[in-house]
Design a binder for this molecule. Structure first.
Ligand code: HEC
Ligand code: HEC
Length: 336
């Protein structure tokens, strides 16, 4: 009798367990179904909303190489491309303070930073421009196309005044930029474009140590006070200045320490290539700190980075989404 009761109790427990298991299964199936429905319908952005996330491109295996200049067609389009390249190599001759077309910029040439006309590996080349734009940019909080991106560099790196959409010079530079990246497949990030990032330091970058690096490795060309040296034509730089009134302003990419340090480590002293750097990471960060602690032209940046949570860590002007000071954002360290 007693054992029969226990038997029934056990059976009841098993039944309970079974029904419990069943309800879990049903619950799971419903959840899965709901999730699939949400993914299926929610995955498509509604047509009224702009797509503002850039699809991360796949990196190519081979280092990008620019097409040969002999591939520029011998027709009107080719003439425009050639004029565009000429403008990028000798910007100041046409658009500098003594420029023959109009004096709208500070005397630098695009190729002072976009080395070898924007074709050098990790020399801020133009490989990713033709296929990478228009794209959403957090700095402006807008969609940016190629002409607009050129104007951004004119207003910041060349501390100048933007060109008009219908200016021949803007059209020509855009034609060159599109031609130089013409063989890059859409959706791929050409290897060696932009700058090669260097590791962060675990201390702030130090302008005083940087001055020693500058004196040792840079003054020979850029000058003890960064005064630079003019070409014999008196219209463009043989050695461009790094700070002072004739150089990039505080809104330029190079005013951010990480960009400057990465650019310099893999390109300077002039002739350096990314596979045989001369400076150590520390020297590159410190010289960046020195150069960007020296005077640069100012720019109204109040409309930049409208979403402050998207400011890069080394953007040196507040307000910030975190508690760090402008000093720490400018010089680091960037990790705790
Ligand atoms: C003082 C240095 C400097 C000068 C001079 C300069 N730029 Fe730039 N440019 C930069 C930096 C830095 C970037 C950002 C690179 C990065 O984020 O990897 C950039 C980015 C660009 C880009 C976008 C590249 C990309 O891969 O998205 C274009 C296009 C461009 N510049 C065109 C020009 C043109 C045209 C000129 C001359 C009218 C010019 N730049 C002059 C420093 C400069
Ligand atoms: C042998 C000469 C030489 C030395 C040494 C040299 N540079 Fe340069 N640098 C150049 C030249 C030339 C350019 C412009 C490249 C062009 O137009 O093709 C340049 C361009 C630059 C630029 C971009 C343009 C600008 O004016 O902002 C930076 C930044 C720079 N150098 C930093 C440095 C730093 C930092 C050092 C020292 C670590 C250094 N360079 C050492 C010759 C030199």
């Amino acid at each position: 009798m007693f054992s029969a009761i226990i038997y029934h109790l056990k059976e009841a427990k098993i039944l309970k367990k079974l029904s419990h298991l069943l309800s879990i299964c049903i619950g799971f199936t419903i959840t899965l179904f709901v999730a699939l429905v949400v993914i299926y319908f929610g995955g498509y952005p509604s047509s009224s909303q702009p797509i503002i996330t850039n699809t991360p491109p796949i990196e190519s295996n081979e280092y990008w190489q620019a097409p040969s200049l002999s591939e520029i067609p011998a027709n009107d389009e080719g003439d425009l491309i050639r004029y565009g390249r000429e403008l990028i190599m000798h910007t100041s001759v046409y658009l500098g303070p003594k420029g023959s077309v109009k004096p709208i910029s500070n005397g630098m040439n695009c190729r002072n930073c976009h080395l070898e006309g924007g074709t050098k590996t990790f020399g801020i080349n133009y490989a990713a421009v033709a296929t990478g734009y228009p794209k959403w940019r957090e700095r402006s909080g807008t969609m940016v196309d190629v002409p607009e991106r050129v104007n951004e560099c004119i207003e910041r790196s060349l501390n100048g005044t933007r060109l008009n959409e219908d200016d021949e010079e803007l059209k020509a530079m855009v034609a060159y930029l599109k031609w130089v990246g013409k063989d890059v497949p859409k959706g791929t990030l050409p290897k060696g474009s932009g700058v090669k990032k260097i590791a962060n330091l675990d201390r702030p970058a130090d302008p005083q140590l940087g001055k020693m690096v500058f004196d040792k490795h840079c003054i020979e060309c850029h000058g003890a006070n960064s005064e630079g040296q003019m070409e014999p034509n008196g219209k463009e730089w043989l050695y461009p200045p790094l700070f002072g009134e004739h150089t990039y302003n505080m809104g330029a990419g190079l005013y951010r320490l990480s960009k400057f340090a990465s650019f310099v480590k893999y390109n300077m002293p002039f002739g350096t290539t990314f596979d045989a750097p001369v400076l150590t990471d520390e020297e590159a960060w410190d010289v960046a700190a020195y150069v960007n602690s020296m005077p640069h032209p100012t720019k109204d940046l109040s409309n930049d980075w409208p979403d402050i949570s998207k400011k890069p860590i080394d953007h040196p002007f507040g307000p910030f989404a975190d508690e760090w000071s402008e000093e720490r954002h400018k010089y680091g360290p960037y990790e705790d």
